[in-house]
Design a protein around this ligand. Structure first.
Ligand code: PLP
Length: 427
């Protein structure tokens, strides 16, 4: 292709070329010797996990942008074949549209500003949204009439309340009770608008029954309303792999295909076999795609002070009480160490800020020999980490490298250590 000075610029993501590449997080840490947190982005892992979801789920996959809306993430997802995005705000409309101009945007926030509804319908030509109250129907209808849209082009999903087990229980904030949901469906149908049903059972849902119960409630609402339902949106919540507590062994997390097949059994049993399905996965797609390399600023006995924390990359593990897998990267410049490398112990983790709540709710399992100046690579932090960073106390990690191999490759991270290598020290 000839490039003249006057040809329109071919816009390649400038950050792509600028990101240094390494085979592993360990290699990045030893070469850069970073004093600030460094995010390791793994585009290959992201593409593989997105493909795995597309293969497992027999419906439309709409990636939940709030989980991680970085352009580098959305670009990889768009190139991997994700062609629908669950968006909740003007900034998310813009981010998804920029990464994937042809993709469908689903505006699944049930409580919206009037001006945002207008922007969605008018400028972004979004035709699918969610609600759980009749006043929201009225807001949407006002814009539909103002823009003179055909109501039949719109699909409104009624969000139903659901109860279940999740690391995060979101069903208490949104959702209409079954009787109310049925009335909403009738009202929407009466306006000539297409009706859908949706739920979002929470995040990190490791129990298939939670989805099955929500599908049963959806069937109850459909029967009570006697309105044609054009789609069932099962939300997000599909779990990602994290570490497990060696002192409290738990049954292994069911793999994604098992969760999806349990969900599909419920779909069939409740008469939704012929209904198009939508899912809004976030965490399960993006968790493994990032790790962060942090430095131990100080070791005080069983406490480690690190240069990241709940106000930067680690708030999700704090609120969700998630045990993160970690890898010790000793500083070779440190000559003398106390403690053994082969004894794994729980360390309490203190964050970078001066705030006393900046302490993780779960320990890191690390070799006894970990010390001041060493690095720790914290794995599987791609979900709800970058998007939840704050500038609190002046700390804002924002350095990225690209890493080719998955976090779990190479020497075993301590969070996945064999039981006999684990110490028995209580915190
Ligand atoms: C946050 C959110 C998701 C994504 O949830 P994950 O647990 O990350 O899969 C999907 N749908 C809705 C409505 C959400 O609010």
């Amino acid at each position: 292709m000839s490039q003249s000075r006057f040809a329109p610029q071919v816009v390649a993501p400038p950050s792509d070329a600028a990101r240094p590449r390494f085979a592993s997080g360990r290699e990045a840490a030893l070469e850069l010797r970073p004093d600030q947190p460094v995010y390791c982005f793994r585009p290959q892992v992201l593409a593989a996990d997105a493909r795995a979801f597309l293969d497992a789920f027999p419906g439309k996959t709409a990636y939940a942008v709030k989980t991680n809306g970085e352009p580098m993430v959305l670009d990889v997802l768009a190139r991997t074949g994700i062609n629908a995005f669950d968006v909740a705000s003007p900034a998310e409309f813009a981010a998804a549209r920029a990464a994937a101009p042809e993709a469908e945007l689903l505006y699944m926030h049930p409580v919206k500003a009037q001006s945002d509804i207008r922007l969605a319908l008018e400028r972004y030509r979004i035709r699918t949204t969610a609600l759980d109250h009749e006043d929201e129907v009225a807001k949407i209808l006002r814009i539909v009439r103002a823009l003179d849209l055909d109501p039949a082009d719109l699909t409104l999903f009624v969000r139903i309340a659901s109860r279940g087990e999740a690391a995060y229980e979101l069903s208490r904030k949104f959702g209409a009770a079954p009787g109310h949901a049925a009335e909403l469906l009738q009202r929407i149908d009466g306006l000539g608008i297409r009706c859908g049903l949706c739920f979002h059972v929470g995040s990190q849902v490791e129990d298939v029954e939670t989805y099955a119960r929500a599908v049963a409630v959806a069937a109850e609402v459909r029967e009570a309303s006697r309105v044609p339902v054009v789609a069932l949106d099962v939300g997000g919540g599909f779990p990602a792999a994290y570490a497990t507590d060696p002192r409290r062994p738990v049954p292994p997390m069911p793999p994604l295909p098992q969760i999806v097949s349990g969900l599909m059994a419920a779909v069939e049993k409740n008469g939704f076999s012929g209904t198009p399905l939508v899912a809004e996965p976030g965490r399960v797609i993006v968790a493994r795609a990032f790790s962060v390399i942090v430095r131990v600023l100080l070791k005080k006995g069983q406490r480690l002070y690190i240069n990241d924390g709940v106000w930067s990359s680690l708030s999700d593990s704090w609120t969700g009480k998630i045990l993160l897998p970690v890898r010790h990267i000793p500083d070779p410049a440190r000559r003398r160490r106390a403690g053994r490398d082969d004894r794994i112990e729980p360390f309490r983790i203190y964050g970078a800020t001066c705030d006393s709540v900046d302490v993780l709710s779960r320990p890191f399992y690390l070799p006894e020999s970990v010390d001041t100046g060493d690095w720790i690579e914290i794995g599987h932090i791609g979900a709800y980490s970058l998007s939840l960073r704050t500038r609190f106390n002046g700390f804002y990690p924002d350095t990225f490298v690209e890493v080719e191999t998955p976090f779990e490759a190479g020497d075993a991270p301590a969070g996945f250590a064999e039981p006999e290598r684990r110490g028995a020290v209580e915190m």
